[in-house]
Write a protein that binds this ligand. Sequence first.
Ligand code: ADP
Ligand code: MG
Length: 236
Amino acid sequence: RRIEIKQREKLQLLGEIAAAVAHEIRNPMTVARGFLQLMKGNEAAASRFQEFVPMIMEEMDRAEAVLHDYLTLAKPFERQAEVLDLKEQLTHVVTILSPYAALYEVEIHSNWQIPQLQIHFDRKQWRLVLIHLIKNGIEAMSQGGKLDVELYREGEHAVIRIRDRGVGMHEEELKRLGSLFYSTKAKGTGRGLMICYKIIEDAQGTIHVESVKGKGTLVTLRLPLFLDKLKNGGYI
Ligand code: ADP
Ligand code: MG
């Protein structure tokens, strides 16, 4: 979904973004400062320095992650494209997400019985998109269940389908998907999908979402394949 904003709406949007950044950065700062303040005036608290440090650092890291997200949304974003093997990437992401899936009692079924498929993409951004989309699928299934991840080829495109059997979405909810700050989760940021849309659209790909409330959601990701025409003598 393209983010189209009329000129006169831009200022308002800027204000909203500034408020959101401020809010999200202020929270971890306040917590971190609170720890320091506590230790400064209190001998007993100061002796717990080693115990507090990881918590302070965690808050700092959270603030850093927030800034990183916003910078990903800001243009222009530096991209270091390289040839990536999709099966390899998917396997990696599914592996690192399996403890998270287990937490939700979600079983990830992957299906990519196809020959090698490659894309030309920034590795970090690509992983970020996959992780975000699969995570959303997992988070939609609070009762657990099966989540399918499929990879196949359609002409000159790679297609990845992520199908969950979770809460699903109404038409109205679908429309709001990927807009700024839209989240229905207690700890959600509402930035995940917006970042995914941006990364994928910048790379001439598309994200398509279909959903049935109460049944589940199907996310279809389409990306131009990297076709090594020289190696194949121009034959694809
Ligand atoms: P977040 O996950 O932080 O809430 P996202 O941008 O990833 O932010 O998603 C925004 C919202 O879209 C979610 O809060 C949820 O309501 C809805 N959503 C996204 N993916 C799914 C899904 N697979 N099933 C149901 N709802 C979803
Ligand atoms: Mg999300």
